[in-house]
Write a protein that binds this ligand. Structure first.
Ligand code: ADP
Ligand code: MG
Length: 454
């Protein structure tokens, strides 16, 4: 009998055919979803309404990865959520089978290959790299030495105009109290090798824009990482007359999406010089604020965008003096929810609520410019559904076989590609092809709108 190790057991997992090697599982238990390249057999399995990822792997590795993911999850670092390790599997012929690590499928996530096959603009590549760098820095902040930094071991979720990266493969990870410079450099070294290889593969497959060079991309990742790391952790010294630099440092960290939980401030030379150094920083500055105000759990940049809209709502309804929590509730019920609810059920799998709202804000901005009037959100949503949403590929989860018009070589192992590969590419994503010109002014588009109008 198989043995289940889990802190949050899902009893629906028990009757699954554990005595069958994962690669031979019956279709009724599987879902075909985009997936990255992997060493092990990985399948997406369905139980009730839930979708899980299952990876067949040696026992000590499965247990190690389960524990690493549990710790990362507890520390609030973006990673897939571990669910169980199923061990003690014996095949029908009596031969023992490797255990299976079960994680929760990360909804609306995209492996990098799925993104690149749709065609990505150079700026998008840059955003993906920023997301990866941020993830790596966050992992290092909690003392996690990854050991296998690569695009294949990351999943991307859309985050307003940016991306959020999640760790998916923690097999080689180690958790330490803190990391030494040498340990961090070790991860950067591995990142350099792996990413160079991955970009070169994309280039060879003509999936990388011709203006991008694997070597330069890889170097830019390392440079960005160092810059971010020093902003997050390095000491800064200045004259005692420049106290405002303390405030400035905190603001810069907030702008990067971090809260400063501990800032060490030392006075030197009898107070004539000051030295500050962030000791504890927590990512999720805007996401936490939005969650507290509205209960919406979003990515960081989506939260920025929604908080901006909340501020606009507050000004428009003349409530600058009203308690923020009260206005936030009104915004949620009068502005956000009606828009999300206006999307027909069959299109909900294309974008999650916060992302949809963000894209709609952009859409409305253009509609308003074009028509020279303030187009109301509820009016814009119908245009957005017809012009944009209907044409987008599904990103949540797709039913086996129904998702693609094209036939996968093996529907449960999408990394093997399509039967008719080299023919038609995937349907273009208008957000990528540039057909839908996006406003990408950072997060100040509301101000930009005001400025243009004024
Ligand atoms: N929880 C999950 N949610 C979504 N996709 C997943 C999940 N777990 C694994 N995958 C997909 O499976 C691929 C391989 O998983 P990974 O753990 O990297 O396996 P390997 O150890 O064989 O490299 C990933 O790139 C990702 O696309
Ligand atoms: Mg992997």
């Amino acid at each position: 009998m198989p043995r289940f190790l889990s802190s949050r057991p899902d009893s629906r997992l028990i009757p699954l055919p554990w005595e069958v090697p994962l690669a031979e599982w019956p279709e009724e238990n599987l879902v075909a979803l985009p997936r990255g390249i992997s060493r092990h057999v990985v399948r997406f399995i369905r139980v009730g309404n839930s979708v899980y990822a299952a990876k067949e792997v040696l026992e000590h590795l499965a247990l190690h990865e389960y524990r690493m993911l549990t710790d990362l999850h507890r520390a609030g670092t973006p990673s897939v959520e571990p669910l169980a390790v199923v061990s003690g599997r014996v095949g029908e012929d009596g031969v023992p089978l490797d255990p299976v690590l079960v994680t929760r499928h990360l909804a609306f996530s995209l492996p990098y290959r799925a993104l690149f096959t749709q065609g990505v603009r150079p700026e998008t590549v840059s955003r993906l790299l920023d997301a990866l760098v941020l993830l790596l820095a966050r992992l290092h902040l909690v003392g996690f030495l990854w050991g296998d930094v690569s695009l294949s071991n990351v999943l991307f979720r859309r985050d307003a105009g940016e991306f959020a990266a999640y760790l998916v493969d923690a097999e080689t990870g180690e958790l330490h109290e803190t990391l030494t410079r040498g340990q961090r450099e070790h991860d950067l070294q591995i990142a350099t090798t792996n990413l160079y290889g991955e970009f070169s593969d994309l280039e060879a497959g003509q999936l990388l824009d011709a203006s991008l060079d694997p070597q330069r991309l890889t170097e830019s990742i390392i440079a960005r990482y160092r810059e971010l790391w020093s902003e997050l952790t390095e000491a800064e010294e200045f004259a005692g007359t420049e106290m405002s630099r303390i405030e400035k440092r905190v603001r810069r960290l907030n702008a990067l999406g971090f809260d400063v939980a501990e800032l060490a401030i030392d006075t030197l030379e009898g107070g004539s010089r000051i030295r500050i150094q962030p000791k504890v920083v927590d990512a999720g500055h805007h996401a936490r604020r939005l969650l507290r105000l509205t209960g919406l759990d979003t990515e960081e940049n989506q939260a920025r965008r929604l908080l901006n809209d909340l501020d606009t709502f507050r000004a428009r309804t003349n409530q600058t003096e009203t308690d923020e929590a009260v206005v936030a509730h009104q915004w949620l019920t009068q502005s956000f929810q009606p828009v999300v609810d206006a999307v027909p059920a069959e299109l909900r799998g294309k974008r999650e609520g916060a992302q949809l709202y963000h894209e709609l804000l952009d859409y409305r901005w253009y509609a308003s410019q074009r028509e020279n009037r303030e187009v109301p959100m509820l009016e814009a949503v119908h245009g957005y559904i017809a012009d944009v949403l209907r044409g987008l590929p599904d990103e949540v989860i797709a039913e086996a076989g129904q998702a693609e018009e094209r036939q996968l070589a093996n529907p449960y192992d999408p990394s093997q590609g399509y039967v008719d590969d080299d023919e038609e590419p995937l349907p273009p994503d208008p957000w990528e092809t540039g057909e839908q010109e996006l406003v990408r002014p950072g997060f100040l588009d509301i101000d930009a709108l005001r400025a243009r109008k004024g």
